[in-house]
Write a protein that binds this ligand. Structure first.
Ligand SMILES: [Mg+2]
Length: 241
């Protein structure tokens, strides 16, 4: 089922957000704060976060990727949407305040997923070529990598606005990675597993909570890790087969 060649150590391509560090929680905390403030403004219809999500997804699609403006803008747009719908005058200062609230997401240092550095260190010392393919805003992702001191574990770090099958294929070509002798490890079925499976890579899903945008059915066989340490077990076991 998993076509790992036995000669060379397989390459391992990690995802970053909600695979090695928790970022979803940062956004959820801000969303809850936003909801509370919107309720105080009289905009409590039970759908505020759904509307916010729709604007957020639309922004990602409009700008063509996960740029840092998408989420803060969505907060401002949601506020504006409710003002117009409820025929309330838009307070520009309030709108700017909500945009700034969204921007605070990028100033918070994310928490490390348990064992993340231990697992990276183990795999690095065991001689596995480690790579990071992270989706998001270039400056934000680099800053976070430095904050949590994970940048030194990877041979190559690539930050892309969007993960697609073509992005995985190009990355493997650039780094001379044989997809059949490589693993993709990530929390998103859509972004980390399905694209990898399409080019013949092996996938390990680390099911940490992620954003609605990421939900998708699996297109093939993959492994599920209860914790990051399981990844070592799976990779070493497959090598011995
Ligand atoms: Mg992720």
């Amino acid at each position: 089922m998993f076509g790992i060649a036995k000669k060379e150590k397989p390459s391992i391509i990690f995802d970053f957000d909600d695979t090695l560090v928790y970022t979803n929680q940062i956004f959820d905390d801000i969303k809850n704060r936003f909801l509370w403030e919107m309720q105080n403004l009289g905009f409590a219809d039970g759908h505020v976060l759904q509307v916010l999500n729709q604007f957020d997804i639309a922004n990602v699609q409009k700008y063509g990727g996960f740029y840092k403006e998408c989420f803060p803008f969505a907060l401002g747009q949601t506020y504006e949407f409710y003002c117009i719908r409820q025929k309330v005058l838009i307070d520009e200062a309030k709108k700017q305040y909500f945009i700034s609230l969204g921007e605070t997401a990028y100033a918070i240092t994310p928490k490390e997923v348990p064992q993340a550095k231990m697992v990276l260190s183990f795999l690095q010392k065991a001689g596995y070529p480690l790579f990071l393919l992270s989706k998001g805003d270039f400056q934000v992702q680099w800053a976070r990598l430095k904050q949590v001191q994970m940048d030194s574990y990877f041979q190559v770090i690539k930050i892309v606005p969007q993960k697609t099958t073509a992005v995985f294929a190009e990355f493997c070509r650039e780094q001379q990675i044989n997809p059949h002798n490589a693993w993709s490890i990530g929390n998103s079925m859509k972004a980390d597993i399905n694209h990898a499976l399409r080019i013949g890579m092996n996938g390990i899903h680390v099911p940490n909570p992620s954003w609605d945008y990421e939900e998708e059915e699996a297109i093939g066989d993959y492994l599920v890790a209860d914790c990051l340490w399981d990844c070592i077990r799976f990779i070493e076991h497959t090598e011995k087969e």
